[in-house]
Design a protein around this ligand. Structure first.
Ligand code: G3H
Ligand code: 13P
Ligand code: NA
Ligand code: ZN
Length: 328
């Protein structure tokens, strides 16, 4: 059954767990999430970026979600727009059946320029008014994702701030967060504390100097009833890097967000945890391995099936680690 982000995260808060939000852009990724959810008896957040919507098309995406929800009638499904950048993107997502939208006003509509407070609060308020009238939830974002090591935004996957960012921009200010939630009425708030999108987040296992989980704790102290969202929360598992590299890939040594740090966040109000990269790595690892092991094979099902299976394993691991399992 369909569920809004607000309904899902209220239940998560009442029961002290978080829900991983997995990005999908095709059938295989969606099936991997749904199979893992059924195995774990977990509710799901399927999210599509603007890039995913352009890739699959809104009509196909909408019908995929219908198919998933009908196939797994006992799994609550929240369909969420990831990183909407203007009112129109959010409106068209709702027209296509999304039950939740993110208005990311931390950057201007170009997706690169850090926005000022008035712009962010103003556009987010507009989206909240529109979405709530339609019974749809809204996630906002305050603070710009990027690396505290380099001061750079998300260079790797081609979106995010491209200028060097100050620590003030990279870490959400707790007092401003309190004001933002009051000004906008968002259902969930994404915060910045040193994570960035993509595989290349940290050059070594992160400590408190580059991954500022204390910022989340400070925000939670001021906003104990606000559902917090962690973006850029892939763990970038070493074993997946190794499979890719041993079958002809080229992933430079890199670190993601350790699962234990996310679990620390869940103790401080984190209820939605965004994960895309880990699943991309899993599928790529399995496809590389399958194609290398049987170079004569050319039926896509023969390499996409193991890809789905490895991605589903990543999803099951996260459902277990975040406490989502058993809450469908
Ligand atoms: O926000 C980041 C997600 O990983 C989506 O990435 O824009 O390449 O689809 P994308
Ligand atoms: P990762 O790149 O760490 O998987 O983050 C995904 C994300 O935040 C999507 O919004
Ligand atoms: Na999002
Ligand atoms: Zn994100």
């Amino acid at each position: 059954a369909r569920i809004t982000l607000r309904q899902l995260l209220d239940h998560a808060a009442d029961n002290g767990y978080a829900v991983p939000a997995f990005n999908i852009s095709n059938m295989e990724q969606g099936m991997a999430v749904m199979r893992a959810a059924a195995d774990c008896d977990a509710p799901v957040i399927l999210q599509a970026s603007r890039g995913a919507r352009a890739y699959a098309g809104d009509r196909v995406l909408a019908r995929l979600i219908d198919g998933f929800a009908e196939t797994y009638p006992d799994i609550p499904v929240c369909m969420h727009l990831d990183h909407g950048n203007n009112l129109a993107t959010c409106v068209t997502a709702i027209q296509h059946g999304f039950t939740s939208v993110m208005m990311d006003g931390s950057l201007e509509a170009d997706g690169k320029t850090p926005a000022n407070y008035a712009y962010n609060a103003g556009i987010t308020r507009q989206v909240v008014d529109m979405a709530h009238a339609a019974g749809v939830s809204v996630e906002g974002e305050l603070g710009v994702l990027g690396s505290l090591e380099t001061g750079m935004g998300d260079q790797e996957d081609g979106h995010g701030a491209t200028e060097k960012l100050s620590e003030d921009q990279l870490l959400t200010d707790p007092a401003e967060a309190e004001r933002f939630v009051a000004d906008t009425g968002v259902d969930a708030l994404a915060v910045a504390m040193g994570t960035s999108h993509g595989a290349y987040k940290f050059t070594r296992k992160p400590d408190g100097s580059v991954l500022a989980m204390n910022v989340i704790e400070a925000i939670h102290a001021r906003l104990p009833n606000t559902h917090l969202v962690m973006h850029g929360s892939s763990s970038v598992p070493e074993d997946l890097q190794e499979i890719i590299n041993s079958y002809g890939g080229d992933i430079r040594p890199t670190w993601g967000v350790p699962v234990e740090e996310i679990q620390r966040g869940i103790k401080s109000g984190v209820r939605k945890v965004n994960i895309d990269t880990d699943n991309r790595l899993a599928m790529t690892a399995a496809v590389r391995k399958a194609l290398t092991n049987d170079p004569s094979e050319f039926d896509p099902r023969k390499y996409l099936k193991p890809a789905m299976e490895l991605m589903a394993q990543v999803c099951r691991d996260r459902f277990e680690a975040f406490g989502t399992a058993g809450h469908a």
